[in-house]
Design a protein around this ligand. Structure first.
Ligand code: PGA
Length: 252
């Protein structure tokens, strides 16, 4: 597993073919930032085209079904994502957990399917605002990790964890640096427990309202190995500013 900061753009349900211009611009500039690993997760309809248009960045899905194929109208399997040119997929994003009722065990099955198809996997976890206010954030996230993470030999090498507090997604609000640090340390402890020695190499991304103006501070936090970026990944300019901040962080 690379130890470069991993900056992943999650386009969610945004992006028609015209967005390939942004992807190309991101890809061209990513070549100038070898100190960061950059990837985009466009909507499924654009995966093949992005793969074709981009030479440097990773391309991935935003979700996959846990089965390889079958009568699941509207769903997409991990094998299909791979076939379309994906390197990885996100699973367990809080929007999927909340809107599609995905549980920890659903997320785990999807992560296992992704790995079985030869993809890397980014497993998302994060507490709601009520859970944070009740002082339960660390406990909730640790429980989500226990229930959502695939286990076994060779898994850690292809696994990334994204901590995304639900209340920080798309809201412009971010936790304090102390809270991010405490959560990432706690996640690291859980990963060490689950994967023993291999746990220390798993990158833990922070996600939730990451922008050019807060990226440096967040990426400097110990145990923050990159960022999962939603809104700010939709334009090359704002996304590349975050990639630039990640690289400047290494140079400091
Ligand atoms: P945001 O989304 O950067 O727009 O807050 C992050 C995410 O949901 O991955």
């Amino acid at each position: 597993m690379s130890n470069l900061p991993y900056i992943v753009g999650n386009w969610k349900m945004n992006g028609l073919r015209a967005m390939l211009t942004e992807a190309r611009a991101i890809d061209r500039s990513a070549a100038r930032y070898p100190k960061a690993q950059v990837a985009l997760a466009p909507p499924t309809t654009l995966i093949f085209r992005l793969r074709d248009a981009c030479a440097v960045i990773g391309v991935g899905g935003q979700d996959c079904h846990s089965e390889e194929s079958g009568a699941y109208t509207g769903d997409v399997s991990a094998a299909m994502l791979k076939d379309a040119g994906s390197d990885f997929t996100i699973v367990g994003h809080s929007e999927r957990r909340a809107i599609h009722g995905e549980t920890d065990s659903t997320v785990k099955a999807k992560a296992e399917a992704a790995l079985a198809a030869g993809l890397g996997v980014i497993v998302c976890v994060g507490e709601t605002e009520d859970e944070r206010d009740a002082g339960k954030a660390l406990k909730i996230v640790s429980k989500q990790l226990d229930g959502s993470l695939p286990k076994g030999e060779g898994v850690a090498e292809r696994l990334t964890v994204a901590y995304e507090p639900v209340w920080a997604i798309g809201t412009g609000r971010v936790p304090s640096i102390e809270d991010i640090a405490a959560m990432h340390q706690s996640i690291r402890k859980t990963l060490d427990k689950i994967y023993t020695d291999a746990g220390s190499d798993i990158r833990i991304l922070y996600g939730g309202s990451v922008k050019a103006d807060n990226a440096s501070e967040i990426l400097a936090v110990s145990e923050v190995g990159g960022a999962l970026v939603g809104g700010a990944s939709l334009s090359a300019e704002s996304f590349l500013a975050i990639v630039g901040a990640a690289c400047a962080e290494i140079d400091d």
